[in-house]
Ligand binder design. Structure first.
Ligand code: ADP
Length: 570
């Protein structure tokens, strides 16, 4: 038995844990898959941004490819000689002059400062790639040369500088290359290429952005943003305005264009959106299935437990009833045997034996009635013949019959039934069973002498029939169970008194049948109060109330009230 119980609870806990663990694992996996998908998608897009920045850098540097292999020292002599770069350098500069990214290329010898007004620098002619001296150069030349000069000075101070050029960008305005004489550790001059900003934006960066982030294919928005001036220079989607809060990632161009960077906002793309829709569906279905499984598990376990306890109760009951039925039968059998054998012949003794047989048969009958009542209420076949009655009349009548029993058991009865027109729609037989059972209990569970008090009270829409005793009371923890079938409080006095734990269950069933309710208030040792509530019966004419006595004696009155009676089978 113990092993079974252990197994049952063990399996229940295991199944419960299995369902919970499986559900949690599934939810976790679903979230993980979603996050990985989103993360993967975002990583892919960031890689594309990096690629755009790389392509732009390549476009800028491409014309200078091979510059670091050139011999730059001869520049000075060649310029002094014929005012031109040596031939091999001139050939290289063709690419720079032709690049549409630059709209002007100048060479400033190291001893010239373009910031001084009237200075003359060399300008490279785009077509012929020949140099000509000019004092008409853009002002940004001063800034660009200034920057690269400072930078070159710092680098050369290191002494281990190994490159023949040093490049510095004046933001997005110019690209400046310092030509270094590595033997003398000095600067030869500065080549400045003025960047064509609008060409760079419109013909290089914008198409790149459009190509990698075609707004018809992606929901992400990319902006080329000049953060120093807070302006958007290019974007793949003009419909979505730039919001700094929306930006999720930033990619810059390295040392180039330090005021500019590429910014991206990942708006849910189609695959993430699609996944999100299935994700929500999955979560709902999973939650629902887990809920169903848990519900089914609990239900199965609960009903199994309940069935077991009913089975147990029935087994106990059968054993109890068999014993209870056998006792009066044994008494009757012995008394009958004695009489039939002729062992008892004195009239006084005969009378005593007769009384014994009679009492035991009454007890037997009562018990059989109770069993039948339980069976009827179990199968829902209790009949109700409800008619409007005056509740105080009914109660008074029952008390008349019960009074002698109460007195006989050493208790006294007090009552307060002074209610006028307490009309209720009930079956008088049921009221009798209800009240008799409650009084029976009050007698059984009180130590004589004590007072049993019956009272009728008017309530808002009905009447309370109260049975109050000064008995042993019911421990608080048992109160919720006393209306259950076969339930008995295992108290010493309860245990000593005869009963099967059926009375209150029958009372409650009958109360429901008569549209009433029953409540109990009790404290151990301070007595119990049972309160039966009956709803008020509203009628048109007062003479349709059925009087107890009239009901039993006059068929005329019964007929008169037939239209008010209800007969229900539950
Ligand atoms: P029983 O046949 O055991 O009296 P009932 O269904 O009438 O069965 O009552 C159920 C249990 O409730 C009783 O066994 C008893 O312990 C408790 N009980 C009922 N009425 C009273 C009362 N008036 N005072 C104390 N205990 C009571």
């Amino acid at each position: 038995m113990k092993l079974n119980r252990f197994l049952r609870w063990g399996l229940f806990s295991l199944s419960l844990s299995a369902i919970l663990i499986l559900t949690a694992m599934n939810v976790y996996t679903l979230y993980e898959v979603r996050d990985t998908l989103i993360e993967g998608e975002q990583k892919k897009q960031i890689a594309l941004l990096d690629e755009i920045a790389l392509n732009v850098r390549r476009t800028i540097y491409r014309p200078y490819r091979g510059f670091n292999t050139l011999e730059l020292e001869p520049i000075k002599g060649s310029l002094e000689l014929n005012g031109q770069f040596p031939e091999q350098i001139r050939e290289k500069l063709v690419q720079v002059a032709e690049s549409p990214v630059f709209n002007g290329v100048y060479y400033t010898p190291a001893d010239i400062d373009p910031c001084i007004e009237g200075s003359r620098v060399y300008e490279l002619d785009r077509g012929s790639t020949l140099l000509s001296l000019t004092d008409n150069y853009p002002q940004i030349l001063c800034d660009g040369v200034g920057l690269v000069r400072t930078k070159a000075r710092i680098e050369l101070n290191n002494f281990d500088y190994r490159w023949n050029t040093n490049t510095e960008f004046d933001a997005h305005r110019s690209m400046n290359i310092g030509f270094i004489n590595l033997h003398e550790n000095s600067v030869i001059g500065y080549l400045t290429a003025i960047i064509d900003q609008s060409y760079l934006i419109e013909e290089v960066i914008a198409p790149e952005i459009q190509q990698y982030f075609d707004s018809s294919k992606t929901t992400s928005v990319v902006w080329l943003h000049d953060w120093a001036n807070d302006v958007v220079l290019a974007t793949n989607n003009n419909k979505i305005p730039f919001e700094i809060e929306e930006v999720q990632k930033r990619v810059d161009f390295g040392r180039m264009f330090e005021n500019w960077n590429l910014k991206i906002a990942f708006l849910d793309n189609a695959s993430v959106k699609l996944y999100n829709a299935t994700f929500t569906k999955n979560i709902i279905v999973l939650g629902f299935s887990a809920f169903l499984l848990l519900g089914a598990l609990f239900y199965i376990f609960y009903t199994a437990q309940k069935e077991r306890s009913i089975l147990q109760q029935q087994t106990d009951f059968l054993a109890n009833v068999t014993h209870e039925l056998k006792t009066p039968l044994a008494v009757m059998q012995a008394a009958g045997e004695n009489i039939s054998d002729g062992r008892v012949s004195q009239p006084k003794r005969l009378k005593e034996y007769g009384a014994h047989i009679y009492q035991e048969s009454v007890r037997l009958n009562k018990m059989i009635e109770m069993l039948l009542d339980v069976a009827r209420s179990d199968y829902g076949t209790t009949l109700i013949h409800a008619k409007p009655y005056d509740l105080s009349d009914l109660v008074r009548e029952i008390l008349l019959q019960q009074k002698s029993l109460i007195m006989k058991k050493g208790h006294s009865l007090t009552h307060n039934l002074n209610l006028e027109y307490a009309t209720v729609l009930v079956d008088p037989e049921h009221i009798k069973i209800i009240l008799t059972n409650l009084i029976d209990n009050a007698i059984k569970y009180s130590v004589a002498p004590s007072i049993i008090h019956i009272e009728l009270k008017a309530e808002k829409d009905g009447y309370n029939l109260i049975v109050k005793d000064q008995g042993i009371g019911i421990p608080r923890s048992h109160i919720k169970n006393i209306f259950k079938k076969f339930y008995r409080v295992e108290d010493s006095l309860s245990a000593k008194t005869k009963g099967h734990g059926l009375g209150l269950s029958i009372v409650q069933g009958l109360m429901q049948l008569n549209k009433g309710t029953i409540k109990v208030k009790s404290e151990k040792t301070s007595g119990s109060i049972f309160t039966c509530y009956f709803p008020k019966y509203y009628q048109d004419s007062s003479d349709s109330i059925t009087k107890m006595s009239k009901n039993s004696n006059s068929s005329g009155s019964t007929q008169r009230n037939n239209h008010l009676s209800t007969e229900t089978m539950v």
